[in-house]
Design a protein around this ligand. Structure first.
Ligand code: NAD
Length: 353
């Protein structure tokens, strides 16, 4: 078959490697900025303070109120600090929650963002912001949201707890798997997705065995960059729709939900995307859904939705919401088949594909 595609490379600057956190000041200056507001969650406040000390006069303050799902009232509070301090850029130190706050500020102000990721979520390389207000999560995509500079220093992930490393890694892998069969995929997104999956397939078992293995941590962060870039480049399908439904309407934990659902959504789409998923299936022993489930089990990932407090009765409503305004998906969906898929994921059954 001949190829037909359109491709736009992301304009973000990626700085990768051990010790690169030491380059934050340099990148603030290179961005033409002088007053950086350092952002973090309350749990990572001490790290944000240390980073602010490290960048000295270039830091104008710290806001450590970032939290999951980017609530609009938290962004409002951070905007007051932006105004009070006269910040001309933000430095987001943390996972997807902190990156989300930096993106929300940039969406309102177009201030440059320098992101220093400490998880594998991948948000730092996407122009997508999901924010919550009045009990609803809404997604926006805008060029202003894409961070200008991302500094990936694997040293910062050495202490990421093993359970979070596993679920965060599977969260990133889900971006890659869905990128492989995306309608708007292109040769570069496919290369990045497969390389990202290989990086996690190699590194996550090593991290579980030895959490401070510097090489494995570097490999996993490399995978996070690749998989996140795929998410930022092409459209997502059923897997992301179901995870947004479960997180948005049933408050299930973000990365853990991705981890449980990925083998099931991959198996669901396996026959409709045989050639698109063939190379990925190879990485996991020949079958994409069953292979991913075996991989997840071997690294100690959560396997059942029921562990998140979801009741069996919730599955009917989740299936109805998931088929409302569906995302494009390689296999057509209907409520009965999604309900069956959710039942398997709820029980923690190994999917067959
Ligand atoms: P998170 O940022 O919520 O982090 C979870 C907790 O772990 C926080 O308390 C955080 O401070 C802590 N933590 C982070 N790094 C740590 C480290 N190295 N050591 C110890 N503790 C650490 O979790 P996440 O999974 O990275 O992000 C989830 C959020 O990101 C969700 O809101 C999700 O919607 C969003 N997200 C957005 C995109 C996008 O493109 N818009 C992509 C992926 C995720």
């Amino acid at each position: 078959m001949t190829q037909l595609f359109s491709y736009a490379g992301s304009p973000a600057r990626i700085v990768f490697g051990e010790g690169t956190k030491g380059q934050v000041a340099e990148w603030i200056r290179k961005s033409g900025c002088k007053r950086a507001l350092v952002l973090s969650t309350p749990q990572q406040k001490a790290d944000a303070e240390a980073l602010a000390r490290e960048i000295g006069d270039l830091a104008c303050g710290i806001f450590s109120g970032a939290t999951i799902h980017t609530p609009v009232d938290v962004t409002d509070a951070a905007m007051k600090v932006v105004a009070e301090t006269g910040a001309d850029c933000v430095v987001s130190l943390g996972g997807g929650s902190t990156t989300g706050l930096g993106k929300a500020i940039a969406y309102r102000t177009d201030l440059p963002q320098i992101v220093v990721p400490t998880t594998y979520a991948g948000s730092e390389v996407t122009p997508i912001l999901g924010q919550t207000g009045a009990g609803r999560k809404t997604m926006v995509r805008d060029a202003k949201i894409l961070p200008e500079v991302v500094i990936y220093d694997p040293v910062l992930t050495l202490g990421l707890p093993v359970a979070m490393s596993v679920t965060s890694g599977l969260n990133a892998m889900a971006h890659a798997v869905e990128g492989l069969y995306a309608q708007d995929r292109n040769p570069i997104s496919t290369l990045m997705a497969l390389e990202g999956l290989r990086a996690f397939a190699r590194s996550l078992p090593k991290i579980v065995a030895s959490p401070r293995d510097a090489e494995a941590r570097s490999d996993a962060l490399y995978g996070a960059w690749l998989c996140g870039t795929v998410l930022g480049t092409v459209g997502m399908a059923l897997h992301h729709k179901i995870c947004h439904t479960l997180g948005g309407s049933f408050d299930t934990p973000h990365a853990e939900t991705h981890a449980v659902m990925l083998p099931h959504t991959a198996a669901f789409n396996a026959r409709a995307a045989v050639s698109e998923l063939a190379a990925a299936a190879e990485i996991f022993g020949g079958s994409i859904g069953g292979g991913l489930w075996d991989f997840a089990k071997a690294i100690g990932a959560p396997l059942s939705l029921k562990d998140f407090g979801l009741s069996e009765a919730d599955l009917d409503r989740a299936a109805s919401i998931a088929v409302e305004n569906p995302y494009w998906n390689p296999r057509p969906i209907d409520k009965a088949s999604i309900r069956a898929l959710l039942q398997d994921a709820w029980e923690g059954r190994r999917p067959m594909d």
